[in-house]
Design a protein around this ligand. Structure first.
Ligand code: SF4
Length: 411
């Protein structure tokens, strides 16, 4: 099925005009929103950062999208978000993020409520063909809406390689459910979530993107674009191309594009307005920036290397190192993504099913994606470290995160 995605360059700081033009060029909204519609505008406010930084959706873009929706006189309209709830890095206050991002100020100006999805009522939804979550708790505000407009930013991501419109939906999990999704493996959990809640429309804030680990302002990439379309997978594929990222390295995009009735790639998308080539940049992947901290560990990557293994590798490397095994990790080689060649020397761990031809070279974490505990165990065995110590320290850390942040996530 062909999809249309528009790319509009923002001229003279006229964000309102760029958003209107982009939506119009992508086919408009009149078929989507009626006077009976309950509409949710869902920016990406996962982090505590100011508008314009590229880390969160620029409040001016949220404002422009919300105004467009108000023009259509829907029955109700809210701006909703539930900010980051990691299982190993605590939780943030969504209320604080609404303030710092400038979102609350523009919402108040338009008379639109801001809804904190982390403390919204959780409603259980069955997943027809689950990968990791057979039942997902989703915020009631989202399930009771007719239209969810995703307004993400263009960013690399430490656990999924890219976060654009579909990953932005992770915010609709009420707080503790985000933590559960992380623990069960964020890539599979995200695919389960997308199977029950998908954006009705996407307007990407492409003013400023974020590469690497989102250090601000060093990792900011000026783009000055608005991207719009009704199919979130199509807008995500265009977004990846604008960031210079291979969608094959993003596990959930790879999975979706392999399915029938989905766009398979850019060849199935009519890009209107500006061309991708005129604006594509090469964002530095988050994993590359992360591995700079572990210069004594070598990662031998192959062509299948993707976010499914990245998510579990980053936490496993960190846990083993932080358990006091930094010295023993020196000289460790990790084989992942089925490299065509690999020069064997010293300590080797093999991660992920696609590298199974290297199974005999060292301890292996099977699975696609592999389970975090198995990756920790493989790395420990390769370094002569104690996996039970690493895993027990990890669990202690998680418990203390739970204790210290549960007031922010409703339960
Ligand atoms: S096993 Fe290979 S394809 Fe599967 S998640 Fe890991 S790198 Fe990706």
């Amino acid at each position: 099925m062909r999809q249309r995605v528009s790319i509009v360059r923002i001229e003279n700081c006229e964000i309102d005009k760029a958003v209107r033009d982009a939506v119009e060029m992508a086919g408009g909204l009149s078929n989507l929103v009626s006077r009976d519609s309950k509409v949710v505008v869902k920016p990406n406010l996962a982090r505590l950062a100011p508008s314009g930084s590229g880390v969160v959706t620029d409040a001016r873009v949220t404002e422009a999208v919300t105004k467009l929706m108000l023009d259509l006189n829907p029955a109700s309209l809210v701006i909703a978000e539930g900010t980051a709830v990691g299982y190993d890095d605590g939780a943030l206050s969504t209320e604080h993020v609404f303030d710092m991002s400038g979102t609350r100020a523009v919402a108040q100006m338009m008379g639109v409520p801001c809804v904190n999805l982390n403390i919204d009522k959780p409603v259980a939804v069955e997943v027809a063909q689950p990968r990791s979550m057979d039942r997902i708790l989703v915020a009631k505000t989202i399930l009771e809406s007719d239209v969810v407009v995703s307004v993400p930013v263009l960013k690399t991501h430490i656990r999924t390689n890219a976060t654009i419109s579909l990953k932005n939906m992770y915010g609709v999990l009420p707080g503790a459910e985000k933590r559960a999704g992380h623990m069960l493996g964020i890539n599979n959990s995200l695919i389960d979530l997308i199977s029950v809640v998908r954006p009705s429309y996407t307007v990407i804030d492409g003013l400023v993107g974020m590469e690497g680990l989102w250090r601000s302002p060093e990792d900011a990439r000026i783009m000055q674009l608005i991207v719009a379309g009704s199919d979130a997978l199509a807008t995500d594929l265009v977004g990846c191309a604008l960031m210079g990222l291979d969608p094959g390295s993003v596990f959930y995009l790879s999975e979706l594009t392999s399915r029938e009735n989905e766009v398979r790639g850019l060849a199935d998308i009519d890009v209107v307005g500006e061309s991708i080539d005129a604006h594509a940049q090469r964002f530095r992947p988050a994993f590359d920036a992360f591995m700079e901290r572990y210069g004594d560990v070598r990662v031998a990557r192959g062509p299948f290397f993707c976010g499914g293994c990245v998510a579990e590798l980053v936490t496993a490397i960190r846990y083993v190192h932080d358990a006091g095994y930094g010295e023993r990790m020196k000289g460790l080689s990790i084989v992942v993504g089925a490299p065509e060649e690999f020069e064997v020397s010293g300590k080797v761990a093999v991660v992920g099913e696609c590298s199974e031809t290297y199974e005999g070279y060292g301890p292996m974490a099977p699975g696609c994606p592999p389970a975090e505990d198995d990756v920790v165990t493989a790395l420990c065995e390769a370094c002569d470290a104690d996996p039970s110590l690493v895993l027990s320290l990890r669990d202690e850390n998680r418990c203390s995160m739970w204790e210290s942040t549960q007031d922010l996530i409703g339960r």
